[in-house]
Structures are given as C-alpha cells and as structure tokens.
Ligand binder design. Structure first.
Ligand code: NAP
Ligand code: MG
Length: 486
C-alpha cells in the first residue's frame, strides 16, 4: 500500500533572503567599447527593472547602428592589433583570470542575476554562476591546444564575432559565447537581452579588471534593432545567436548569401518520458526540475510529459503533491523554488497559453500557493489529458506550464515525442539500461537525459535538431564555429 503524504499548507518556512548589501549597481550603464564605458551615440537609455518588484534597478544604453559600428570597429582593431597575434597560451591566461575573478565575485553576480532576471537565488548561485566560471576554465584550457582539437589542420580565428543572447540565462549565455570565441583568437561584440543586461555589464567591469586588451570584448545593450544592426554589419565574420526560433529564422534570412558563419540555438519543446519501471519518486523530481526550474524559462525545459498508462495515476498524484510544496516568490529568498517571470510581456504570453490550453479542452491544474502582490508571477501549472494537436503541446510556452499525455508502448512514446517541429532535448526515465539506450537513440534531439534532467557541463556539446537550431556550442564541438580550418 502506498503511503500518501499530506502537506500542511499552513506551515511555512521563515523568510531567508540573501543580502543585497554587497551589491554595487550604478544608476546608469554605458556601452563597453574598446575597454572603456562610452555613452550611446543617441544619448538614449532605457530602464532595466526587477521583475519581482517592478522597481527600476538601473538604466542602460539604447544602442543604434552608430554604436554597433563603433563596437565592431573596436573589435576589428583589437583583432588585428593584438588578439590574433597574441600567443595562444596568453589568451588562455586571460580566460583563466576571468574565470577566477568570476569565482571570487560569484555571490555578487548571483544576486544581480536574480535581481535583474527573477530567477531564484538558489539557482543563480548553484547553477548559473558556477557554470559560467566552468565555461571560462574549460575554454581557457583549449586556447593553446587547438592543434589537438583539429589534428593535422591549420587552425586560424575567424575575426570578429557578433553574439546575441536571450534573457533566461543571461551571464551563462554570455560565457557560452565569449569563452570559445576568445579561446580561438576571435574578438567579440556581445548584445545581451533587453530585460537582463546587468550581469553582462558587470562582466564588462570584471573584464576591465582582468586587463584584457581593449576591444577584445565589447558589450553593447539595446533592443532587437541593435541585434539586427549587428547581424547586418558587413565587418562581422560570425553571428552566434541564442533566442527564439522566430528571430533565428529572421537572422538566417539576413545571413543567406553572405560569407558570415553562424550558429543558432533556438527554441524547444522537450518530451520527458516516464516508463512504468522507472524509480517514480526520482522521476517526479526530474519532472519538477525539468519544467519548473528557472520558471520554465529554459529552452530545453521538459514541457511535455509522457507517462506510461499503467503508472499515470500514481505519477500524476505524486506530481501534484510535490507541486503543492513548491514555493513561488521572492527570488532572493533561499527557500524559493520558483521566482518571478522575467517580464510582463512573457507573463502575458504564458497566461495566453493557459487560456488556450483550457479552450482546447485540456484539464487545468494549478497549485494554491500564495503569490506576492507586485511583480510577475505564475503558479506551477499542469494540463492533464492534453493531446498531440493542442497548441500547448506543439508550441514553446517558455513558462512553468506542463502538458501531460500518456502512452502504452515505447514506440508510441517515441513517435509522440518526435512529433514536434523542435528537437533540442528530452528525458527518459526507466530502470532498464537497454530500454534507455534504445529510446535515447531514437529521440531526435540534441540532448537526451536519462534518469536525470537539466544537467549541463562545459565539456558536453549542446544544440538542436530541426527548428531548434544550427550548430553546437560547448565541448570540443563548440570550438568549430569559431575557427577556419585549412
Ligand atoms: P528572442 O526574442 O529571440 O531574443 C533573443 C535575442 O535576440 C535578444 O537579445 C533580442 O533582443 C535579440 N533580437 C530580437 N530581435 C532581433 C533581430 N531581428 N535581430 C537580431 N537580434 C534580435 O528570444 P528571447 O525571448 O530573449 O529568449 C527566449 C527564447 O530563447 C526561447 O525561444 C528559448 O527557447 C530560446 N533559447 C534557446 C537556447 C538554446 O540554447 N537553444 C537557450 C536559451 C534560450 P531583445 O531582448 O532586445 O528583444
Ligand atoms: Mg530586468
């Protein structure tokens, strides 16, 4: 007989907020170009806010074509003057220095990431920032070993890389882009997302402190048009983009017929598949982690759940019980499981999908946790009895919303899992190794986790099939988009 745990909802953890005393944020941030902070040509700035309180944190430069030109010019000059001539081991030294400085200032970066983006401090402290340092350490190691990465080939850098990143893992995406580019001898112009520019700008300060030659890394803030100007700039040799499939498509069209290399890391709609022989409690933790981690603002979020019919009732009951214990609220509180939705716009998108799901006939289940009065929040949400044709099953929601379906046979699970335009990631839960290997090899996704979920490592390549993208980042594969091979 299974024991049912009743959660006493009247019992709450005492608040345990992380201090912000040690955080220094300027009222205004300029662009980081040529090793110095320079005002935008237009003199215009825009606010970046804390999505948990809707309060303004700071204002940052609104960059236009003139700023993009200036940043690309500076990156080109740095490439020609020093970076392409710098000894590979020297490049490595700079990257190691950046990695160490990030470790030293990890707490500060974690708090700013949570303030600006809304993610729980527990995640920014234990996932984002340690992975940022790990990426710089990992690619620092490659800087003087490129001839071993590409044996019998002559390896040379591309030149100037334009890099455009999203708001869900702001500093981590910056590290994914900057570290391999620099290790291979390229210089960089990076554009962070509009809603989360602050950790990238703090990284600019850290880069100054690391004494990186001026212009090797340039960071310019702005909106979609700033990104577009960077993509269009004729003196950029490579575009690295992480973001939505919609914008990825636009960029791919812009780049067609040019000589620019590109990598596109785009959206996803991952399937998490639970077999009856899985360790069900662990699987439930994996489902929770898969979709509620970082408010579901994860390209590889396990946003579709497939449960084998024989255990569906048990898994869904356990899942609901566990969801009920999740704490939604202040991202800076160490007890918080689910932080703030990144922006009002993203919250509106998520809410519109919650309406769509109900209209489509799926059965809505949301937890009853209290929500703060101000800020952007979404309760952990399930849609039961979803079907393949539902939009909530086919389209990326990018929020804490899980669509649940059942299956009978492994073949049915594979067919349903692969039946989306995306192919970024997936998860399989089973006690049988042979079954795990069979299923993982048939899921058409860049990453498939087995009996775990959302695990990242700088040594592992990451990237999508189908509409989830082009190219790989991370690991040895992540060097390839930044080099010419002869
Ligand atoms: P987004 O709207 O596509 O924006 C991504 C970046 O592109 C932002 O910096 C954005 O600037 C900029 N941008 C917008 N329009 C542009 C244009 N026409 N030309 C050049 N740049 C442009 O994506 P998002 O909403 O920030 O991020 C969520 C998406 O990212 C999701 O679809 C998610 O799956 C995907 N993602 C994928 C991965 C992966 O590795 N595959 C990882 C993380 C996220 P603004 O911020 O100013 O709009
Ligand atoms: Mg913000």
């Amino acid at each position: 007989m299974e024991r049912r745990i009743e959660f006493n909802t009247s019992w709450q953890y005492s608040p345990a907020p992380e201090s912000t005393d040690h955080i220094v944020l300027s009222k205004r941030y300029d662009n980081f170009i040529g090793g110095a902070f320079v005002p935008p040509a237009s003199g215009k700035y825009f606010d970046t806010i804390n999505p948990a309180t809707e309060e303004k944190l700071s204002e940052v430069a609104l960059s236009d074509e003139a700023d993009v030109n200036r940043a690309v010019e500076s990156a080109r000059e740095a490439f020609n003057r020093y970076w392409s001539k710098c000894l590979p081991a020297e490049r490595g030294k700079y990257l190691y220095r950046i990695a160490r400085l990030i470790q030293e200032r990890a707490r500060e970066f974690a708090v700013i990431e949570s303030l600006d983006g809304g993610k729980p401090i527990r995640e920014s402290r234990t996932v984002d920032i340690p992975l940022v340092a790990a990426h710089f350490f990992y690619y620092a190691g490659w800087a003087d070993k490129l001839e071993y990465a590409f044996p019998n080939r002559r390896v040379s850098p591309l030149g100037v890389a334009g890099q455009i990143i999203p708001w869900n893992f702001p500093l981590l995406m910056a590290a994914w882009k900057i570290a391999p580019a620099l290790a291979c001898g390229n210089t960089v112009v990076l554009k962070p997302a509009e809603t989360t520019p602050l950790t990238a700008l703090k990284l600019a300060e850290l880069i100054q402190e690391a004494d990186l030659p001026p212009g090797v890394v340039n960071i310019i803030t702005g909106a979609g048009e700033t990104g577009q100007a960077l993509v269009r700039h004729p003196d950029v040799d490579k575009i690295a983009f992480t973001g939505s499939t919609e914008v990825g498509r636009i960029i791919q069209k812009e780049l067609a017929g040019t000589n620019k290399k590109y990598t596109l890391e785009l959206g996803g709609k991952a399937a998490n598949i639970i077999f009856e022989d899985a360790a069900l409690d662990q699987a439930v933790e994996g489902i929770i982690n898969g979709i509620f981690f970082n408010q579901g603002h994860v390209c590889c979020a396990g946003s579709r759940l497939f449960v084998q019919e024989s255990v569906a009732d048990t898994v869904i009951r356990k899942l609901k019980d566990r969801m009920e214990s999740l704490i939604v609220g202040n991202p800076l509180d160490k007890n918080t499981d689910i932080g703030a939705i990144n922006s009002r716009q993203q919250l509106d998108t998520i809410n519109s999908y919650i309406e769509i799901g109900q209209k489509e006939g799926a059965e809505l289940y949301q937890t009853s946790c209290p929500l703060p009065e101000r800020g952007y929040w979404c309760r952990p949400t399930l849609f039961l009895n979803a079907s393949q044709s539902h939009r909530i099953v086919q389209e990326e929601i990018f929020g804490p919303v899980l669509a649940v379906q059942t299956f009978r046979t492994a073949e049915e699970a594979i067919e349903k899992a692969n039946n989306t335009p995306y192919g970024l990631s997936g998860g399989v839960w089973s006690d049988k190794g042979a079954k795990v290997f069979k299923i993982t090899s048939k899921i058409r996704s860049g990453v498939v986790w087995a009996n775990t979920y959302n695990k990242f490592d700088p040594t592992a390549p990451f990237g999508g099939y189908k509409e989830s993208g082009v190219g790989r980042e991370g690991g040895l594969h992540g060097l390839l988009p930044y080099v010419n091979l002869a």
